[in-house]
Design a protein around this ligand. Sequence first.
Ligand SMILES: Cc1ncc(COP(=O)(O)O)c(C=O)c1O
Length: 394
Amino acid sequence: MSRPRTSIKASQFTESVIREMTRLSNKHGAVNLSQGFPDFAAPEAIKQAACDAINGDVNQYAITWGAKRLRDAIAVDFERRYGVPVDPETQLTVCCGSTEAMMATMLAIVDPGDEVIVFEPFYENYGPDAVLSGATPRYVTLREPSNADSDWTFDQDELAAAFSNKTRAIIINTPNNPTGKIFTREELEFIARLCQKWDVIAVTDEIYEHILYDGATHVTMSALDGMADRTVTINSVSKTFSVTGWRVGWTISPPDLAAAIRKVHDFLTVGAAAPLQAAGAAALALPEAYYRDLAQTYATKRDRLLTILERAGFVCFKPRGAYYIMTDIAGFGFPDDVAFARHLVTDVGVAAVPGSSFYRHPTAGRTKLRFCFCKKEETLAAAEERFAKLRAPA
Ligand SMILES: Cc1ncc(COP(=O)(O)O)c(C=O)c1O
C-alpha cells in the first residue's frame, strides 16, 4: 500500500529542536534550561483579569483582528514609548502569539519566488515561516563577538549584497534570540536605508523589548525616518508578562499591510482567545515599575547563570538583552553540539538547545549550546548542582 503523500513544503524543515529538547528533558527528569518559558508565576493582577473575563462571559469570538480594548492599549503603549502614532482601527492585528503574527505577516506579504533576508543564528521559526509562505530565505551571518566589549554584528557589505530585486522582506529580531544581541540605532539605520533603496518590508520581532541589561535601550525600526510605512512590528504578551501559554500577540503595520495580514489571520485562526485578550489589555495597564522590576530580575538571573556556566567550564557570550546565554563548548571535546546536548540531558540532567538548530548549515553552530535563564532560583541552583557531574574541559 502506498503511503499518504505529504507536501514538499512540510518536507523542507524539521520538527522544532527546542520543543523536542523540552520533551527529552521531561523524559529524563532533567532541569530544563532549553525552551524559553518562565517556570515562575505570572503577575497576580493579570491572572485575576483573565479569570474575571471568563467569569464575566467574555467567552465568544473577539473581533477577528483583536478586541478593541487590547488594540487601544497596544496603540497607546507604543506611541507613548516610541513616539510612533498607531491607529488601532486600521494598523493593529491581534494574533495567536507572535508565532502566528509572523506567519500571517509572511503569508500576507510574500509570494513564491520572493526572497526574505534572515540573520543567522536565528530564532528557529523564521526559516519554516519563509518556506511555508513560498519564499526563499537568504541568510546573513551575525558574527560572534571577538571580545567582552563587542557584540554580535553583521558585515555591512555582506548584508548589502543580500538585497536584490527579489528581496521582499527582512526579518530582524531585537533583542535577539539566541545571541542576546541588541541591534543599535546605527545598525537599524543602515538596514532601513537598504529597505528604502530596494523597496523591502522590515518585519521586526520585538518580543524581548523590555528585557534589556546594563542600561541598553531598545530602538524600534518603525520610529526611524521613513520606516513606519514599511515596517511590521511584531510583539506579544508571552515574554513581557510571563504568559507564554496565553498565545496573544500582535502586528503593528501600515493600514494596507494590516488589511492583508488581517485577512490571512482570519482564515488561519479567526482570533486569539477572547478572555486572554481582555487580560492582555489589563497587563498593558501595569505601572512602569513592573517593567523595571522585570529587567532587574532577569539581570540578576543572567549574572547567576553566567557564573554557574563559567564555573562548569562553558565559554559564555554575555547577552545584552532577552533571556538566553549562547555558549561555546569546543573545550569539552565532544564530536558535536547534539552529542553534547544529549549527554547533558541524559547523564548530567540539564537540558539545553544545540547551537546547530539556530543555523542553516548543520556544520555551523556545532560548538555552540544555548541555555535560558527565565527560571526560578531553585531551578538554576538545581542546574548548578547537576553540573558537578560534568567533566570540565582540561
Ligand atoms: C524571538 C522569538 N520570537 C517569537 C517567539 C514566540 O513567541 P510567542 O509565544 O508570542 O508566539 C519566541 C519564543 O521563544 C522568540 O524567542
